[in-house]
Design a protein around this ligand. Structure first.
Ligand code: PLP
Length: 230
């Protein structure tokens, strides 16, 4: 079932990219493995998936430590896509290739400090909050450029792009303005001389819309692994 789901998703990614005049290779599939057990992740690695997204540091740590020895020679990337608390920054820089969820100057500084300790250039994205939902994390648009300027000065951070999570809608077209806005913010950054490659946006329900609006990383869980038990 995982193989079938994966090939379906990869096809849909390609189609969405091509119909918006983009190269399918410019869209990376991040397999979201929160709540997925290590045996299933192994299966995913064996069918060729290489980038995995986790949203909890603790949960990820167990899985990564279990899987690392066996797959030390495969180029696997682990991404943190969930909220990062400052007191977990130390573990996060040990575990993750890319952190999608930097959303404050304080967090950026802490991650930089921990990365410096282990002599690492930590790749990061800034999570932007584009809706007024109080439950959503991310920095407000108005504060984004101040954060970008700050991060540019932090030597152990490598800022690669922006991430967002729109509110959930039944009608996926309603997510389009949020994805478009994130792309516009990247363009605005470029005008200010900051090149941001990555736009991490789109999940199982809305990834095709996100790709049409420029997504370079889609984060997909349910459509690959099935519904998560709560
Ligand atoms: C769980 C999660 C996803 C994947 O969601 P699905 O709807 O299962 O594809 C993507 N991004 C984040 C930040 C998540 O927490």
């Amino acid at each position: 079932m995982l193989l079938e789901n994966t090939s379906k998703i990869l096809k849909r990614i390609s189609h969405a990219a091509m119909r918006s005049g983009r190269n399918p290779e410019d869209v990376k599939l991040i397999a979201v493995t929160k709540t997925v057990d290590p045996a299933t992740i192994k299966e995913a690695i064996n069918i060729g998936l290489r980038i995995f997204g986790e949203n909890r540091v603790q949960e990820a740590r167990k899985k990564i430590e279990e899987l690392r020895p066996e797959f030390a020679n495969s180029k696997i990337e682990w991404h943190l896509i969930g909220t990062l608390q400052r007191n977990k920054a130390k573990y996060a820089v040990h575990l993750f290739d890319l952190i999608h969820t930097i959303d404050s100057i304080e967090l950026a500084e802490e991650v930089n400090k921990q990365a410096e300790k282990i002599n690492k250039q930590q790749r990061v994205l800034i999570q932007v909050k584009l809706s007024s939902e109080i439950t959503k994390h991310g920095i407000l648009e108005e504060q984004l450029f101040a954060l970008i300027e700050r991060i540019k000065k932090l030597e152990n951070l490598k800022l690669e792009g922006l991430m967002t999570m729109p509110p959930l809608f039944d009608d996926k077209e309603k997510t389009r303005p949020f994805f478009r806005r994130l792309r516009e913010l990247r363009e605005e950054a470029q005008k200010r001389g900051v090149i941001l490659q990555e736009l991490s946006m789109g999940m199982s329900n809305d990834f095709e819309v996100a790709i049409e609006e420029g997504s370079t990383m889609v984060r997909i869980g349910t459509a690959l692994f099935g519904e998560r038990a709560l």
